[in-house]
Write a protein that binds this ligand. Structure first.
Ligand code: ASP
Length: 448
C-alpha cells in the first residue's frame, strides 16, 4: 500500500467590506466558512458601508489620520472607529477587547507611522475579530507580505515566506490590503487591494480555488445601468476578463488576477448575501467549458480622442511611425489603438492625456511628422465585444455591424485583437448607451 501524506486541498476566501460591515454580516460570513471545511484561509477587508451614505472604516481612518496630523486629539478623532469595532464585538458576543490595540495605534500615530499604517488598521482589527469569532489563527499580513525598497510588491519573497508560515498554520485569517516594507513600516496596496492579498495568499498555499465574496452574484454581461437585468457571466477566462476590465467592467481589483493566474488557480466571484448563487468562475484559458453564448461580455468607455494624420505615401517615409510614436511618448501620451490606411493613420488616445498640451503637441507633430493634414477629433467612445466563442464562429463582426447600422449608429473605428477574443468599435459618445443596448440584444436575446 502507498504511504504518504493526504493532500488536503484548501480554498482561500476573501470577503469584501460590505460582507463584513456589521455583526449581521459577520454571521453570514461565518456560516459560509463553516459550510465548507476546505475554506481554510480567510482574507477580510475593513468594515464597509452598512447603508447608502455610511462611511467605510478605511475612509474613517484616512480622515482620522489627517486630523491627527493637523493637530487633533487622537482619542477624540479615533472614537468613531473605536465605536464601530466595539459595536461589532459586543453584537457578536465574543470575549475580546481591542483596547490595547487602540492604545498601540494611538502611540504609532504619534510616532508618525504614516498614512498607509493608519488605513491598514481597518483590515488589521477586523482580522483579529474575525479570527476570534471563527477560532482561526490570526496572521498579521506584515509578517508575510512584502514590498521591496522601491515600494513594489515582492512576489518571490512573499510567496516563500507566506507559504512557509501558512504551511504550519492550517486555518488562518490574514488581513487584506497591506504588507511590510524592508524597514518594517506598513505599506498598503491601492484601494480595493484586499482582492490582491487574497490572490497572493491563494498562490502561496497552492489553493484549489480562490473565492472572492462580495455583494453581487458575479460579473454581468453588460453594465446594469445601461441594460436592464443583464445576465450573469457564468464562466470567463482570465484573458477575457482582462479585456473587459480594461474597458471599465470592474468587480475585482485590476491586479488581483495575476498571482492566481500564474499558478492556474481559478477564482469564483460569489455573493455573501446570496451564497447559493453560482456566481462567476474565472478560469485559465484551455480549461473553460464551451460557452453558451457567442460572446462573454460587452464593456465600453467614453472620453477618447482621435489624432487623425494624413500623409501621401506614408509607408515610404522611413521612420514615420517611429517619429510619430516618439512625439506622443515625449508628451506622455500612450495610444490605445492605431488603425492605419495607406496614407492615413488614426491614433486613439484618452482625451485627458491631451489636457493642457494640445497646442504644443500639434506644433511638435507638424514639425517632426510633417503631415499633409491632421486634426484631433474628440468625443469618441470605445466598446469592446469580448468572447472566446467568436474564435471558432464566423459572422460575429457581421452581427456587430448589422446591430449598429440597424440602430443608425455610425462606426468610426474598428479593431480586432490578434487573439480574436474581442472586437472593438469606436462610435460617437452620444450613441454609447444605445450601442451597448442593441449589441446586448443582438448577442444575448437572439441566442436564447
Ligand atoms: N479597505 C480597503 C479599501 O477600502 C481595501 C479593500 O477593501 O480591499 O480600499
Amino acid at each position: 500500500m502507498l504511504k504518504g501524506r493526504i493532500i488536503f486541498m484548501s480554498k482561500v476566501v476573501k470577503f469584501g467590506g460590505s460582507s463584513l460591515a456589521d455583526a449581521k454580516q459577520f454571521k453570514k460570513v461565518a456560516d459560509i466558512i463553516k459550510a465548507d471545511e476546505e475554506r481554510c484561509y480567510v482574507i477580510p477587508s475593513a468594515p464597509g458601508k452598512r447603508f447608502g451614505d455610511d462611511t467605510k472604516v478605511t475612509d474613517m481612518l484616512y480622515h482620522c489620520y489627517d486630523e491627527v496630523v493637523g493637530g487633533a486629539d487622537f482619542a477624540k478623532s479615533f472614537a468613531p472607529v473605536r465605536e464601530r469595532f466595539n459595536g461589532i464585538i459586543s453584537e457578536l458576543g465574543i470575549d475580546l477587547s481591542l483596547e490595547d490595540e487602540f492604545v498601540k495605534i494611538g502611540r504609532n500615530f504619534a510616532s508618525s507611522a504614516g498614512r498607509d499604517y493608519a488605513a491598514s488598521r481597518g483590515e488589521y482589527l477586523n482580522g483579529i475579530i474575525l479570527a476570534k469569532y471563527l477560532g482561526y489563527t490570526f496572521v498579521d499580513a506584515a509578517k508575510g507580505i512584502f514590498f521591496d525598497n522601491k515600494g513594489n510588491f515582492d512576489g518571490d519573497i512573499t510567496n516563500a515566506c507566506l507559504g512557509a508560515i501558512l504551511d504550519r498554520t492550517p486555518r488562518a485569517v490574514i488581513p487584506g490590503f497591506y504588507g511590510a516594507m524592508p524597514d518594517g513600516s506598513i505599506k498598503t496596496f491601492s484601494r480595493g487591494g484586499s482582492d490582491f492579498t487574497g490572490s497572493v495568499v491563494a498562490k502561496a498555499v497552492k489553493a484549489s480555488l480562490y473565492e472572492n465574496w462580495t455583494d453581487v452574484s458575479g460579473f454581468l454581461v453588460a453594465d446594469p445601468r445601461i441594460v436592464a437585468n443583464p445576465e450573469v457571466i457564468s464562466v470567463i477566462t482570465y484573458s477575457e476578463l482582462r479585456e473587459l476590465s480594461y474597458m471599465g467592467a470592474g468587480v475585482l481589483h485590476e491586479d488581483a488576477i495575476f498571482p492566481v493566474r500564474s499558478a492556474n488557480i481559478p477564482i469564483n466571484i460569489k455573493n455573501t448575501n446570496s451564497p447559493k448563487d453560482a456566481g462567476t468562475l474565472i478560469v485559465p484559458t484551455g480549461t473553460e467549458p464551451p460557452s453558451k453564448y457567442l460572446i462573454t461580455g460587452i464593456a465600453g468607455k467614453k472620453d477618447f480622442s482621435v489624432i487623425s494624420i494624413e500623409k501621401d505615401r506614408m509607408n515610404s517615409h522611413k521612420g514615420f511611425m517611429r517619429r510619430l510614436l516618439q512625439v506622443l511618448e515625449n508628451h506622455g501620451i500612450f495610444p490605445e489603438h492605431m488603425p492605419t490606411g495607406i496614407d492615413t493613420v488614426s491614433v486613439v488616445v484618452n482625451s485627458h492625456e491631451l489636457d493642457h498640451q494640445r497646442e504644443k503637441l500639434e506644433e511638435r507633430l507638424v514639425e517632426v511628422v510633417k503631415p499633409d493634414h491632421f486634426e484631433i477629433i474628440d468625443g469618441l467612445a470605445l466598446i469592446a465585444i469580448v468572447g472566446r466563442g467568436m474564435r471558432s464562429a464566423k459572422g460575429t463582426a457581421t452581427r456587430v455591424f448589422a446591430a449598429l447600422s440597424h440602430a443608425d449608429i455610425n462606426i468610426r473605428m474598428i479593431d480586432q485583437g490578434s487573439s480574436e477574443l474581442n472586437i472593438i468599435v469606436g462610435i460617437n459618445e452620444g450613441d454609447f448607451e444605445k450601442a451597448i443596448g442593441v449589441l446586448y440584444d443582438m448577442f444575448m436575446l437572439s441566442e436564447q
